[in-house]
Design a protein around this ligand. Structure first.
Ligand code: GLY
Ligand code: MN
Ligand code: MN
Length: 440
């Protein structure tokens, strides 16, 4: 299995600590276990920030980073080994494993955190944490601070600055390393194979979930623990519902099916959308819409590179889509005016993409100092224009209604422009029709 090597976690912690002010401390909790119902838990997914800094896959753990500390800069609180619990729930690293296998300088049982952590915080001037994102942890942090305050008469010094860690950490996460790109290429490869399988399996009379099953099978077979987000398998008019999740409708002859799905490998997402005809052959109207979306995506790729800003790709899609809709008579008027008045939003109501990484909508600022961010090598993003003609839109001829097309690929910014990570699944009308014909 392709994964992030241990040395990379060490490098990340060092890079973060190098940016923290002297005499500070960073504290991050692991994701909590989420209950699905009664004794059943959701599949555990580590918090992305916690994973990024540790690779430690267990719940009930806390990372503490203390740059410059003589007795070890990286302390991990975690569950202790427990033969009985491990018999039921699986192996735990324990404190020894945290040091031996996960690079902690020191490790303590999570049950001792209330006794130990105030002592680690004491005397540090600044605390970095993910303030506001975990109310229970914020409350614990204040309790630990209050323990120190309660000893002020003994000379204990509570920190006086509390700073959100996000700004430092999320900017680091925005730039993907060679190891991260390797994992993301693998997630993309498996997700491409899954889309190909779903295209080949597509038949009228099946259901949306039949194609979802093909995706899940390929994801799992590739080693992915789960999809990176709830797969969207939307046939016919459902393709016009942007976050469609029901995936239970019949696939009908003559309809399109839009699939937006990607798997997650070692906590890195892929995010692909393809749209194709259930029966393998685009109708003239479907093809006309599809070609506009495809052309808009090509125009967007040309606007991704180190000298371009974040919004240029989006602007390129708006330009091509608006002009295309005018050509087809779906919008009437002057292209520039229709863009200025945002008339295209009836058909194209979302943005052309988002950062991609450990979170499918990944962290990182889109604007800096009020201006669109300039792209840099190593930033990963999606490019996903679409046109959605509502089945209820009585302002357009009936033949257009209910057509929804989105095409989404994952790219990383390179010196020359961008590398498309998700080339492994057909995209042109001719390629899709040929692949589907061969599968019949
Ligand atoms: N799958 C969610 C998105 O494309 O942003
Ligand atoms: Mn998507
Ligand atoms: Mn996306």
């Amino acid at each position: 299995m392709i994964h992030i090597p241990r040395a990379e976690y060490t490098r990340r912690r060092k890079a973060l600590m190098a940016q923290m002010v002297p005499n500070s401390i960073a504290i991050l909790p692991a994701a909590a276990v989420a209950i699905r119902n009664r004794d059943v838990e959701h599949v555990y997914r580590q918090d992305s920030d916690f994973q990024y800094l540790s690779g430690f896959p267990e719940p009930a753990a806390v990372i503490v980073l203390m740059p410059g500390r003589q007795h070890g800069e990286y302390v991990l609180f975690c569950r202790e080994r427990n033969a009985e619990r491990e018999l039921w729930d699986g192996l735990r690293a324990g404190t020894e494993g945290a040091i031996r296998d996960f690079g902690a300088d020191d490790a303590f049982p999570i049950t001792d955190i209330d006794d130990i952590l105030p002592g680690l915080i004491e005397g540090r001037d600044r605390v970095y944490s993910a303030m506001g994102s975990n109310a229970e942890f914020d409350r614990h942090l204040m309790e630990w601070i209050n323990v120190i305050r309660s000893k002020a008469h003994l000379g204990a010094q509570p920190p006086n600055e509390f700073v959100a860690l996000d700004h430092l950490l999320h900017d680091m996460r925005l730039y993907k390393s060679a190891a991260e790109l390797k994992v993301m290429r693998e997630a993309a490869r498996i997700s491409c194979a899954a889309h190909v399988k779903a295209m080949q399996a597509s038949r009228a009379g099946l259901h949306e979930f039949s194609l979802e099953a093909e995706l899940d099978y390929e994801f799992r077979k590739g080693g992915a623990k789960m999809p990176a987000y709830g797969s969207i398998v939307a046939a016919g008019r459902n393709s016009c519902i942007l976050h469609y999740q029901r995936n239970d409708a019949l696939l009908k002859d003559g309809d399109l099916v839009l699939i937006d799905a990607g798997c997650e490998i070692d906590c890195y997402a892929s995010d692909i959308t393809r749209t194709w005809p259930v029966n393998g052959k685009f109708s003239p109207e479907q093809k006309a819409i599809y070609e506009i979306v495809l052309a808009s995506q090509e125009a967007a790729f040309a606007q991704i590179g180190p000298d371009k800003h974040w919004n240029q790709a989006h602007e390129a899609t708006v330009q091509v889509i608006t002009a295309g809709l005018v050509r087809l008579g779906l919008l009437q008027g002057d292209v520039d005016e229709l863009i200025a008045s945002e008339a295209y939003k009836t058909f194209y109501m979302h943005r052309a993409g988002h950062w991609l990484g450990m979170d499918v909508h990944d962290v990182g600022e889109y604007k800096v100092g009020g201006e669109w961010r300039v792209l840099e090598v190593g930033m990963a993003l999606t490019v996903e224009p679409g046109i959605y003609i509502s089945p209820d839109n009585l302002n357009v001829a009936k033949k257009w209604r209910g057509i929804g097309v989105r095409i989404e690929d994952d790219v990383v910014v390179t010196k020359q422009g961008c590398e498309i990570l998700t080339r492994g699944v057909p995209k042109t009308v001719a390629e899709i029709e040929a692949l589907m014909a061969a599968a019949r």
